[in-house]
Design a protein around this ligand. Structure first.
Ligand code: URA
Length: 235
């Protein structure tokens, strides 16, 4: 790939900045001064800017503990967006959320710039179950669990069998769904006559929120670690 692409994908420098850095002799490839931004490099080359080595990182994967009040989008007119919660050093990665949580839903959300990864986790065909903790306006009942298990039919889709575990306090429950359709958990509870008053996603497949990750904070993972956790289906 071109040297300017390598640098712009790994640092906040723009192509214009890089052109200048090269022109004024700040950029070295394998210890030799780079002469042109178009120079071809590979991931195995060592690139230094003003003596500092940069690591080539194309894709990043952040686990966010989403607070209520943020929209799962990259821009919005009314609310702050979840990508604003990524630390500044990721600002050049064009991160987006993997799937969506409602503005009032909290919990586990992945931010990445890897479209293939997004598809792998969100496609219902991949059968990655998402687990939620829900607080309800009235007690859940055993027949609700049977209704969830039967697979509910909605206008635009039929939900795959969902698992409902009622807690000791029956106004609280865990639910696991295979899809992530708009308001899905809330709509499923509405179908059995309950209103969700609080919702938090606690797991995606076998991935849970890292212990101690405060609300509004992110933790970076490698692609492999994240895939291993998600597809291990254990928590
Ligand atoms: N289901 C919902 O109703 N809301 C969410 O945010 C996620 C799943």
């Amino acid at each position: 790939m071109r040297l300017d692409k390598y640098i712009s994908e790994s640092t906040p420098y723009s192509r214009k900045d890089i052109k200048r850095l090269v022109k004024y002799g700040y950029v070295e490839v394998n210890g030799i001064l780079a002469e042109r931004p178009e120079t071809q490099v590979t991931e195995n080359d060592t690139v230094r800017i003003d003596g500092e080595e940069i690591n080539y990182v194309k894709y990043v994967y952040l686990v966010l503990n989403k607070p209520a009040g943020y929209v799962s989008a990259t821009e919005d007119k009314r609310y702050p967006v979840v990508t604003e919660l990524a630390p500044e050093r990721y600002s050049h990665y064009n991160l987006f959320p993997v799937g969506r949580l409602d503005v009032d839903t909290e919990g586990l959300l992945i931010l990445t710039n890897d479209g293939a990864f997004d598809h792998m986790v969100t496609s219902p065909k991949k059968n990655v179950y998402k687990r939620y903790f829900a607080r309800l306006d009235r007690p859940a009942e055993p027949e609700d669990a049977r209704a969830f298990e039967a697979g509910m039919v909605f206008k635009e889709f039929t939900a795959k069998p969902a698992r409902l575990e009622i807690c000791e306090n029956p106004c609280e429950a865990y639910v696991e769904i295979a899809e992530g359709k708009y308001h899905q958990v809330k709509r499923m509870f509405e179908r059995v006559g309950k209103t969700v008053v609080f919702l938090r996603r606690v797991a995606i497949g076998g991935l849970t929120l890292p212990e101690g990750l405060e609300v509004g904070k992110t933790a970076e993972f490698s692609e492999n670690d994240l895939k291993m956790l998600i597809f291990s289906n254990r928590y």
